[in-house]
Design a protein around this ligand. Sequence first.
Ligand SMILES: Cc1ncc(C[n+]2csc(CCOP(=O)(O)OP(=O)(O)O)c2C)c(N)n1
Length: 365
Amino acid sequence: MAAKSSPPTSAQFLPDAKPVAPVSVLAETGKLNRGAKPGMTKTAVLEALRLMMLGRAFDTKCLSLQRQGKLGTFAPIFGQEATLVGTAMALDPAHDWVVPQYRELPAIIRQGQPMERIALYRQGHPDGGIIAEGVNVMATQVSLAAQIPHAVGLAWGLKMQNRPGVVAVYFGDGASSEGDFHESCNLAGVVEAPVIFVLQNNGWAISTPRDIQSGATDLAARAPGYGFPGVSVDGNDLFAVHKVTAEAVTRARAGLGPTLIEAHCFRMGPHTTADDPTRYVDPADLERWAKRDPIDRVQKYLAAEGNWDKATEETWEQDIAAEVEAAFEAASAHPRAGPEAIYEHVYAEPTPTIIRQRDAHLGGQ
Ligand SMILES: Cc1ncc(C[n+]2csc(CCOP(=O)(O)OP(=O)(O)O)c2C)c(N)n1
């Protein structure tokens, strides 16, 4: 990008927002920053680590199945585990909601969606799109940013009905260029909706790098323009992500409205299984970010506390692999969907057009 011209000197002109250092608690070495506290109990840290490892193992399995032609296209979470789990662990699944884009696997599992359903979804089975009864998760959204107005509506509705509950809506740096994002922030600020905008800045929107996605230097700095706070956080730091989300939840529960969290992370895998990132991602960037791995960091922290070692890691990996296997076995035992399934679930009652198309397609069978 060309260098920006000097800002106007008149005092009435707002200056360019200066990037603020992202909130950090746990350094890349796995050591707490001086004076910092994890802010999570040991049990919660272990639960979070398990979810991060489970998310990675599930997607590793899915990648292998997809390459064998046994699964549809999906968007892996590799590298974004701390952002997803750190935010989700600050929510109360009984009252709070997760409104996902398409890369939020462990946050959805934490809310209670069975892995079997997620496996079914990735196999292209219509039943995989059904959110289990009582699980506060909205459907996966592929149309970028379309979930954000839904999340604000949901949060505003909870507030109007005096129901407890905070809504965490997830999206990427690319989606944050969409009108839906800006209009949603504007409305959320006006009605003080209990919503947390989780902007996962993973460096890329498919092959479009962050620096040509927006002229803004700091995406979190957009929030005050809508009348609420924004915070920038190291998205590979579980404790920091959890801390800022917990603060945002407290604000929302107290009736103080929305927060925008910009979590800086890096997409370590392909955008989806249909993408080849080797054509545009600099291997040096991957190497640099690999040293900041969110899972390694928590394991190092726990090891230094005497709560983690190689043997524990191996046992966990085996247990998690068995859990993932069981989810796929349960999905495979689910009755297969026939061709008629594509005409179902579009409307509560089929329209004349759907009926005509279905009969034309299946009439001779
Ligand atoms: C409205 C809309 N426009 C374009 C696309 C095609 N598309 C799918 S994913 C993507 C990039 C999204 O990047 P980002 O929002 O940063 O999320 P990430 O995939 O990096 O998590 C694009 C352009 C789409 N799905 N929806």
